[in-house]
Design a protein around this ligand. Structure first.
Ligand SMILES: [Zn+2]
Length: 67
């Protein structure tokens, strides 16, 4: 599994970016991040500026997506 298999999700209340599986990113809201958090919006790639490149990427999602 690589980071390109994930979309970037954002938890509105905290501003934290989480990774969402590509397979579930196309489904209707709500989405669940791979760390188990619920995300409010899905916006682009996890390895892009809205994901890992954002100010607050979720460390747990980063670990899981890279593993
Ligand atoms: Zn997360």
């Amino acid at each position: 599994m690589s980071t390109s298999d994930h979309a970037a999700g954002r938890e509105q209340s905290t501003g934290t970016a989480h990774a969402v599986l590509r397979a579930t990113a196309d489904l209707p809201a709500p989405w669940a991040a791979i760390c188990g958090a619920s995300v409010d919006v899905v916006q682009g790639r996890w390895d892009g500026p809205r994901g890992l490149g954002s100010e607050q990427p979720c460390p747990e999602c980063r670990r899981l997506a890279e593993g």
